[in-house]
Design a binder for this molecule. Structure first.
Ligand code: FAD
Ligand code: NAP
Length: 327
């Protein structure tokens, strides 16, 4: 295929939101181009079992995302392996500049850039990143066979990471800043029942300790938040799992953001503060942040974009009666 420099619809991001938008947009004959970014398949590619995708009692996250990509391709979406480094939403057509040098203009854009792991911001965390400090157990867990690891956080990700690490590590210590977890009960029950797991409550990571020759983690300094006391526990690896922040840097200063950087959309739609720019998935959602809700918003964004392009006279096909009735 000749490289296109202009498209009717550009989708930025290849998680559940992006691929679902691509499936719907391709079926609406919008000939969408989807740019995958640094993490083709999105966050589910760094997990193992997904047990809450309807129709699949259990499926590996990476496998689910490969299926979504294949589905979008089969429907006719153009999938591009590249990273959008700049997005000019100042005038239509909008302009995306990519890492490879590719420049694409688009009549409408769907932003589905999701979220990225948050870090604690400790100097020692930065120092040992890649040398014992990680935010991805599925990526790095294998290196901790018969070793002791610490996981920081109390949400679904932290508990899933801790359970995953029990496959390799001799001991997994989950450190949480409160006295109860926010993870789903089914995950909590699995965690508490696991013989390799210890939970340390009401504590935070004060610093990671380690050696520089060779670089490596040897322990974790934990601060008890009730009395401020600090103690060191042995650790060969520290996994930070304290949630994700929306990947909205591309559009900061151009689109209205809220709740700490999430792209603001009109309630009940995916319309952003700029007509023709739509947003879906974790990028817009500080509450649900699930694969299925992201996919649902991806569908909505494609339908919203289709309606927008029809109203602008960019496409000839009429919008679906159901969607038309909303406007
Ligand atoms: P993401 O999946 O975050 O994808 C964002 C996409 O945007 C990526 O492809 C990235 O490469 C791309 N991108 C970012 N910036 C750019 C750019 N500048 N240019 C081009 N592309 C860009 N949810 C569940 O429902 N069930 C689970 O079991 C589950 N397990 C999880 C386990 C872990 C470890 C994690 C971290 C999350 C889990 N979630 C789970 C949450 C789920 O993964 C997210 O809600 C979902 O992936 C969000 O989808 P998304 O499409 O909005 O964005
Ligand atoms: P999350 O739900 O936001 O949880 C983040 C955890 O980290 C919380 O327990 C929080 O503590 C803790 N934390 C935050 N900042 C901290 C800090 N500075 N120091 C110490 N602890 C800190 O994030 P998540 O677990 O990554 O999940 C993100 C979304 O993906 C959620 O919607 C989740 O449901 C979804 N997800 C789903 C699944 C699944 O369905 N199986 C799996 C993974 C993720 P507090 O509790 O005190 O706030």
């Amino acid at each position: 295929m000749t490289e296109r420099s202009h498209v009717k619809l550009l989708i930025v991001g290849s998680g559940p939101a992006g691929y679902t938008a691509a499936v719907y947009a391709a079926r609406a004959m919008l000939e969408p181009m989807l740019i995958q970014g640094m993490q083709p398949g999105g966050q589910l590619t760094i997990t193992t079992e997904v047990e809450n995708w309807p129709g699949e009692t259990e499926i590996q996250g990476p496998e689910l995302m490969v299926k979504m990509e294949a589905h979008a391709k089969a429907m006719g979406a153009e999938i591009v392996t590249d990273l959008v480094t700049a997005l000019d939403l100042g005038k239509r057509p909008f302009t995306a500049t990519c890492d490879s040098g590719r420049v694409v203009t688009a009549d409408a854009v769907i932003l589905a850039t999701g979220a990225q792991a948050r870090w604690l911001g400790l100097p020692s965390e930065e120092q040992f990143k890649g040398f014992g400090v990680s935010a991805c157990a599925t990526c790095d867990g294998f290196f901790y066979r018969n070793r002791e690891v610490v996981v920081i956080g109390g949400g679904n990700t932290a508990v899933e990471e801790a359970l995953f690490l029990t496959r390799f590590a001799s001991k997994v210590t989950l450190v949480h800043r409160r006295d109860s977890l926010r993870a789903e009960k089914i995950l909590q029950n699995r965690l508490f029942a696991h013989p390799k797991v210890e939970v340390i409550w009401n504590s935070e990571l004060a610093e990671v300790t380690g050696a520089t020759t060779p670089m490596g983690v040897t322990g974790a300094l934990l601060r008890d938040l009730r009395d401020g006391s600090v103690r060191e526990i042995k650790a060969d690896g520290v996994f930070v799992a304290i949630g994700h922040a929306p990947a909205s840097e591309l559009v900061a200063g151009q689109l209205e953001l809220h709740n700490g950087g999430y792209v603001k959309v009109e309630p009940g739609s995916t319309r952003t503060s700029i007509p023709g720019v739509f947003a879906a998935g974790d990028l817009t959602d500080h509450i649900y942040r699930q694969a299925i809700t992201s996919a649902g918003m991806g569908c909505m964004a494609a339908l919203d974009a289709e309606h927008f392009l029809a109203a602008e006279g960019e496409i000839e096909i009429a919008p679906e009666p159901l969607v038309a009735a909303i406007y």
